[in-house]
Write a protein that binds this ligand. Structure first.
Ligand SMILES: CC(C)(COP(=O)(O)OP(=O)(O)OC[C@H]1O[C@@H](n2cnc3c(N)ncnc32)[C@H](O)[C@@H]1OP(=O)(O)O)[C@@H](O)C(=O)NCCC(=O)NCCS
Length: 182
């Protein structure tokens, strides 16, 4: 399985069947799925099937994780790693209910996830892949210290790939933490 991750405001834990309704509701918002290449789930059974067959934790000790508000237990969305077998890369991703956008939650969750990937798992490299028009997501990747690598096309969109390596993360996370406590 995968350990829980804690930040000042959030708890990240493995996705479970308890999240099915929240995941269904989140993906039913067209603004949320606009740049993700996903459509909403057809029904709750489809979400249950997705969660029941999700094998990233077992196979790779990593995966997308549910984000909860640590103080209220409210569902916020998900953030986490995913091993992309087709390109042999580990990808950082995030998706939040719209009411939680613009509060720094994707950045805060991603810091915990990148620490887990680089410091706990010892991964060498993590990428972020984003549709060019998805400005908030691009901003998150840049704030995390990810560097532009290449453009590519997916789902009919122009996309960009960013990357981080372990050493780059060690250096950048110190700056991020210094900034926070300035
Ligand atoms: C992408 C997403 C996870 C970002 O989450 P978030 O918690 O709002 O992100 P953060 O608050 O940590 O950071 C967003 C940054 O972009 C900035 N931003 C947001 N919209 C912007 C815009 N239109 N123009 C310029 N900057 C913008 C914010 O000000 C913030 O930067 P700051 O902290 O320097 O002020 C969220 O918008 C989401 O769930 N989108 C739908 C799913 C999705 O697209 N996922 C990513 C697929 S690659």
């Amino acid at each position: 399985m995968i350990p829980d991750l804690f930040t000042s405001r959030l708890l990240l834990r493995a996705i479970s069947l308890d999240d099915a309704q929240n995941m269904f509701n989140m993906n039913a918002d067209p603004a949320v799925v606009r740049y993700t290449g996903n459509k909403g789930y057809k029904n709750i059974e489809e979400v249950v099937e997705f969660i029941s067959t999700y094998d990233q934790y077992e196979k790779y000790k990593q995966g997308r994780m549910t984000i909860l508000d640590k103080s209220t237990g409210e569902y916020i969305g998900w953030c986490g790693l995913k091993f992309l077998e087709d390109i042999n890369e580990t990808d950082l991703g995030y998706r939040l209910l719209q009411k939680y956008w613009g509060k720094g939650i994707a950045t805060e969750s991603s810091i915990a996830v990148l620490d887990y990937g680089f410091l706990t798992l010892g991964l060498k490299r993590i990428v972020g892949r984003v549709v060019q028009e998805n400005i908030s997501s691009l901003n998150v990747l840049k704030k995390l210290g990810m560097k532009f690598e290449k453009k590519f096309e997916a789902h009919g969109y122009q996309c960009e790939q960013y990357f981080l390596e372990g050493q780059m993360w060690q250096e950048h996370r110190e700056k991020l933490i210094e900034k926070k406590f300035d």
